[in-house]
Design a protein around this ligand. Structure first.
Ligand code: ZN
Length: 356
């Protein structure tokens, strides 16, 4: 056994009881936390590696669920965090979310019931390479993209993973300049992080009720689609479910979250994971843009981790409860084919400032 392995083993035996959920953690600590929280909660949490980043690191998810008493096939809810490196509140939320569920499922009967019907897959950090880079030093703190090597003739690293999904790829709100913060990559799914997610979730589409991807900042709940000339067939229901979540979130700490499609309340974009999820047939798909509205943005102080996560947890549970109850009260889930009709390619110029 090498020294490194002894070190890892010692870390792995630490308890999550002392883990500080109100601090931001570097990636090695998050990896250690994932191992610990799964080991300490074997009835409800297991973990799996479903892909590798450009630099070869594990992309790991945690599956939260309880055995179904009737041994029925379970539905799936997807939650991911850390797609954009600098949005540190997002991985903090995924950890908070897992912690809250692990702490409450034994006493919260409704949650217990939902976890018997649904497995919740949580990826705390999708863009592991970028997240590590954002921790490297002050000058890289605001890194957004992945860390893939520059294309020929360029010296600029990284792809905006939330422009790389196979959803109207390369049409609006995206750049073909590899130095841009919204560079969408060579082609849809060219990046291993995006393609791992599409491969894994793609195999679960028929069982997946809901797709939540967590970003910051701006205090928004975004619905599909990012393309201004397309509309989800269940747009009205997406809007009402999003608004109900925002109302619940406001009750927690009084914060306002706007709800709408990206072109309506933020900016047009294409190639997002949210749009891919809806296009591929997952009926409910939302992007959360967590706190704040611009004062600190990606540099949200640690004092705000707890309130931001508390309100976002309530919002996520509100949506998950809706999709659960809709499915398990006998009603059918709509998963109609999305409309993808538009004329011509719209140009949308975005500066790197204010991107979320
Ligand atoms: Zn983002």
């Amino acid at each position: 056994m090498s020294l490194f392995e002894i070190h890892s083993l010692a870390e792995g035996l630490e308890s999550t009881r002392s883990y500080e959920y109100t601090k931001y953690h570097p990636m090695d600590e998050i990896y250690g936390w994932m191992e610990n929280v799964a080991r300490e909660n074997p009835e409800i949490i297991s973990s799996a590696v479903y892909g590798y980043t450009y630099e070869g690191r594990n992309i790991t998810l945690m599956k939260l669920g309880l055995e179904n008493p009737e041994a029925r096939e379970k539905k799936v809810v997807w939650v991911d965090c850390g797609v954009h490196a600098r949005e540190w509140i997002s991985p903090a939320f995924c950890q908070w979310f897992v912690k809250e569920i692990a702490a409450s499922y034994k006493t919260n009967k409704k949650l217990r019931k939902m976890l018997q019907n649904v497995d919740v897959y949580v990826t705390p950090v999708v863009n592991v390479d970028g997240y590590i880079f954002s921790w490297a030093n002050d000058s890289t703190r605001l890194w957004r993209k992945s860390r893939s090597t520059p294309p020929p003739g360029s010296s600029c690293y990284g792809v905006d993973l939330n422009r790389n999904f196979n959803a109207n790829w390369g049409t609006v709100g995206v750049s073909f300049d590899s130095c841009s913060n919204t560079y969408g990559g060579k082609s849809a799914g060219s990046e291993p992080e995006a393609s791992a997610l599409m491969d894994f979730v793609g195999k679960l589409v028929n069982r997946t009720l809901c797709f939540l991807t967590i970003h910051s900042a701006g205090q928004l709940i975004l619905l599909p689609y990012g393309h201004p000339e397309t509309s989800a067939p269940n747009h009205d229901e997406l809007l009402s479910v999003g608004k109900a979540a925002a109302e619940e979130m406001k009750k927690v700490h009084g914060m306002d979250y706007a709800v709408g499609t990206s072109p309506e309340i933020l900016y047009p974009n294409s190639g997002s994971s949210r749009d891919w999820a809806r296009l591929t047939g997952i009926p409910f798909s939302f992007t959360f843009e967590l706190r704040d509205k611009g004062e600190f943005s990606y540099l949200l102080p640690e004092e705000q981790i707890q309130p931001a996560c508390e309100e976002a947890y309530v919002g996520a549970i509100s949506i998950i409860t809706h999709v659960h109850d809709k499915t398990f009260s006998g009603a059918t889930v709509s998963s109609g084919v999305a409309m993808t009709i538009w004329s011509g390619v719209m140009a949308a110029f975005l500066t790197s400032a204010g991107l979320v």
